[in-house]
Design a protein. Sequence first.
Length: 133
Amino acid sequence: MLQRYWLANTRQLIATLEAYVLLAANGGANVATARRAISNSSDLYGMVIAYTYFEGCHKLLTSFGPPARADEAAAAPLGSACTKVEEAAAIFRRAMTRNDPRILLSATRAALAAEPLLVRARSALAGPRDRRR
């Protein structure tokens, strides 16, 4: 029973992180777009929500308890993704403190680096048990 909760919570965490990585991408693809993002309250609002969520990634993941043996393959890439988004959150905080588009661009890139890890974690959870359904 607890393992089903772990699985459901972990899938939701992955989905939320993927959605928030997209919000973080509003930080821009280059210095010029990052400069515009810093002055756009709508972009900033979405980024603040995303990066605030990122800050507690590991804490949330560990609150689910240990994964079942069949789900352990998802834990490593998800833990690495948490590290990436937490680092991105720290960079974002520095960017906002300094109002610096170059640092914001670094935060955006750090957040986007978590996406392949999230895909790997989601794929690891879609194992044989899901194919039987």
